[in-house]
Design a protein around this ligand. Sequence first.
Ligand code: ADP
Ligand code: MG
Length: 259
Amino acid sequence: MIECENNYRISNIRGKVISFTGGKGGVGTTTILGEIAYLFFKLGTETACVDFDIHNGSLHMKFDITLTDRIHTVSDLIPLVGELTPRTISNAVSSTTRGVRILPRPESIEQASLLSSSHIEAMIKSFSLTYPLVLIDTPAGANPIAVSTCSVSDITVLITTPEIPSIIGTKRLLDTFSSSKTPFPLLVVNRSFVGKDALTLGEIESFLGMHTSVIIAEDTFNTRRLSEEGRFLSDEKTPVSRGIRALLKELSSLLQIHS
Ligand SMILES: Nc1ncnc2c1ncn2[C@@H]1O[C@H](COP(=O)(O)OP(=O)(O)O)[C@@H](O)[C@H]1O
Ligand SMILES: [Mg+2]
């Protein structure tokens, strides 16, 4: 059980919230979020991540955390949403070897089905009253969780790869954002390469009707190698880590931290 307290620490300082979402699964959303969280922490910002990719979330794996009975997840906060305090939030998150705190996705599909948009919004608000920076992982594609998460975030990072299925998913998500008045996101094109299935940057931007903020290269060799060694991409200078640092710079200047 998560320890609660009666004496609320009333905080007027609201931390910044960045949601990361993908036009399709497998585009690198969790990888990029984890790397950005690690870099912000290394620069001195206390950073917490929440995994609202309730069915497929793998953020805990990126931080080498195994879901056991001793690890609290998003589901453990559901019964407490009306009384969440910074103390409850900090007792619920798990510390990681990289310094970043995380609250993983629910362990089972049954638990995940209990999570509503109002739970998500209350949790994000409480996280932002507890940590100066909160990064949120969401399910891929146009779905209510991604939309409600992004609508209460300061910035949304929308990640796509250059192939047609991913671009179509991204377009559908953008259309859903504009009909729900969600703020316009930053576009990241990940795994950018010139392959037979890949669209050019010009084609992507004209189809989506927006500019790309950051391009991250395809580098399967180093990405796999570092992951197998339990290391982060940002631990080494590679084409991918250069793209991730460009995104960090963009986010820092938008949020006016470390810029
Ligand atoms: N730029 C890249 N180059 C090569 N592999 C990548 C790159 N970005 C991500 N990957 C790999 O793609 C796979 C899916 O990434 P993940 O972050 O889990 O995607 P998502 O969260 O969008 O489902 C992972 O194996 C990851 O290591
Ligand atoms: Mg993911």
